[in-house]
Design a protein around this ligand. Structure first.
Ligand code: ADE
Length: 244
């Protein structure tokens, strides 16, 4: 998977993606990261890329031309362009479709993704119309820019790139259970702060343990995220398991 990120703050992306599991995936070449500083495409000696909004109002707006040039520098070299197609270009905005696990898995099937990060009050609408294929929000709150949102997306998508996780089954398992929260986890010692590890986990009986974990997942989802079980979402077959 190749990620390209168009941004005014490349180090924000690099610092997060270069760490931990995505950092390891970068080193092994399972994913690649190419940041493009939009400021490098400014066409004035002050390297300004923003201006006052037409119609007045607070804040500054990122200009269309430097954003378009930054985008073009990536698009021209993209696999999609070679195939005569438009590359997938995601604009991070609270006005987008909310990022969910289903979208993670769908995007992980792409070979290349472009992320466009806005700052200030946003980006001139005309260039967005020209380049953006997907408007995505990571949640109903407003960040200072799209960089942290792009990093969140890259992290979640990379887990589904084959070979990124050591144990590939773990991501597959979670993908089937994506409308249930994970069961609680325990490790040594067997007793901590007066609290014991649930007995069933010490029995070595795998079918009993699996049944217990499913029950915990359902209980936890009902308590913490009942919305995940609402009628608008299909429930997994596992939810109806006779082991419950
Ligand atoms: N930019 C600012 N806020 C955002 C959000 N919630 N999601 C994605 N991009 C954003």
């Amino acid at each position: 998977m190749k990620y390209h990120v168009l941004t005014l703050f490349p180090e924000m992306i690099e610092n997060t993606v270069n760490t931990s599991i995505t950092g390891r995936a970068l080193k092994s070449g399972k994913i690649s990261l190419h940041t493009v500083n939009i400021r490098d495409f400014a066409d004035n000696k002050h390297m300004r890329v923003d201006d006052y909004p037409y119609g007045g109002g607070a804040g500054m707006v990122m200009q269309a031309e430097p954003v378009f040039r930054a985008y073009e520098s990536v698009r021209k070299e993209s696999q999609a362009a070679r195939q005569g197609k438009k590359p997938r270009c995601i604009y991070l905005t609270p006005q987008g479709q909310v990022f969910r696990q289903t979208m993670v898995e769908e995007l992980a099937m792409e070979e290349e993704l472009i992320f466009l990060c806005g700052h200030y009050e946003g980006i001139d609408e005309r260039v967005l119309e020209e380049v953006v294929t997907d408007y995505v929000s990571i949640g109903d709150y407003v960040l200072t820019g799209g960089e942290l949102a792009a990093s969140v997306m890259i992290d979640a998508i990379s887990r589904f790139v084959p070979g990124v996780l050591n144990n590939e089954e773990s991501s597959q398992f979670e993908s089937m259970q994506d409308n249930l929260l994970e069961y609680p986890h325990y490790t040594r010692p067997e007793e901590w702060n007066g609290k014991k590890v649930p007995k069933v986990l010490l029995t070595g009986d795998h079918s009993k343990i699996e049944a217990w974990r499913l029950k915990q997942s359902v209980k936890r989802t009902k308590e913490r995220r009942p919305d995940l079980l609402s009628k608008n979402r299909p429930v997994t077959a596992a939810y109806f398991s006779p082991t419950e």
